[in-house]
Design a protein around this ligand. Structure first.
Ligand SMILES: C[S@@+](CC[C@H](N)C(=O)[O-])C[C@H]1O[C@@H](n2cnc3c(N)ncnc32)[C@H](O)[C@@H]1O
Length: 253
């Protein structure tokens, strides 16, 4: 997969996406990343990339032409999937990341700034608008890095073992179970006995039940769409009965 990011701050994206797990994946050739300075494609002598909106609103909008020139120069004959990071977009979730990672298409990600981008270039690029949440940031760089990071960690070769992400929150519709590492007792708090029992089947059962419990307590609405087995449903009934006896737990949340 090749990811191109068009931004006024390419160095920010380069720095983050060059580090740690994502940076190593890039060095291994799992994906290619190129960050482009939109200003380099400005057509006037001052390299101007913004102007005032026609709607009599305050603030500035990114001009269509530098973005269009950047896109044309970057993609050539290729037809990557174009994404505009935008609070107006559909909220990003793990399912959309999975789809983007498995589609095998290159991505061209546009980061807005100021009050956003001239709508005409978004229409011309047929950009999918993706939001990272119902709040507004100053620029699309953090959202673009969130998207790129989330996609790249699902590509073959980024993580050492597939089950690193298959057990994680949201991958299969549930939240992850609690995790523990050494030492076995920390500040008088021991790791649950079952995790040091060496009994594989019991540990697997504990993991599933704790996932169900975390989801039930923190994000119960996820249970409506998560794929559940009969054993899961039976365990959820047990949980409901257990927590019904403690209504104060929910009231204090
Ligand atoms: C200040 S915002 C513009 C907000 C725009 N005027 C609106 O109300 O929808 C500037 C840029 O930051 C990015 N941005 C801000 N919040 C975002 C979010 N929640 N998700 C994705 N991108 C966001 C977008 O690229 C946007 O063009």
């Amino acid at each position: 997969m090749r990811i191109d990011i068009a931004t006024l701050f390419p160095e920010i994206c380069e720095t983050y996406l060059g580090q740690s797990i994502v940076g190593r994946a890039r060095n291994k050739g799992v994906f290619e990343l190129y960050c482009h300075q939109i200003r380099d494609y400005a057509f006037d002598k001052h390299h101007r990339v913004d102007d005032t909106p026609y709607s009599e609103r305050q603030g500035m909008l990114l001009l269509a032409e530098p973005i269009w020139q950047c896109y044309k120069a970057v993609v050539g004959e290729r037809r990557p999937h174009v994404i505009y990071m935008s609070p107006r977009g559909k909220t990003l979730n793990q399912q959309r990341l999975k789809e983007l990672a498995s589609a095998g298409e290159d991505l061209f990600i546009l980061c807005g700034h100021y009050e956003g981008v001239d709508q005409r270039v978004l229409d011309k690029l047929e950009a999918e608008e993706i939001s990272v949440g119902d709040y507004v940031l100053t620029g699309g760089e953090l959202p673009a890095m969130i998207l790129a990071d989330g996609v790249v960690r699902l590509l073959d070769g980024t993580l050492s073992q597939e089950d690193c992400f298959m057990d994680e929150s949201h991958y299969s519709g549930l939240l992850e179970y609690p995790q523990y590492t050494k030492p076995q007792i920390w500040q008088d708090m021991p790791v649950p006995d079952i995790l040091v029992s060496g009994h594989h089947a019991n540990i697997m059962k504990w993991r599933r039940e704790k996932s169900l419990e975390e989801t039930y307590l923190k994000r119960p609405e996820l249970l409506e769409t998560a794929p559940l087995t009969d054993a899961d449903r039976a365990y959820l009934s047990e949980l409901r009965a257990r927590y019904e006896d403690m209504p104060e737990f929910f009231n204090n949340k």
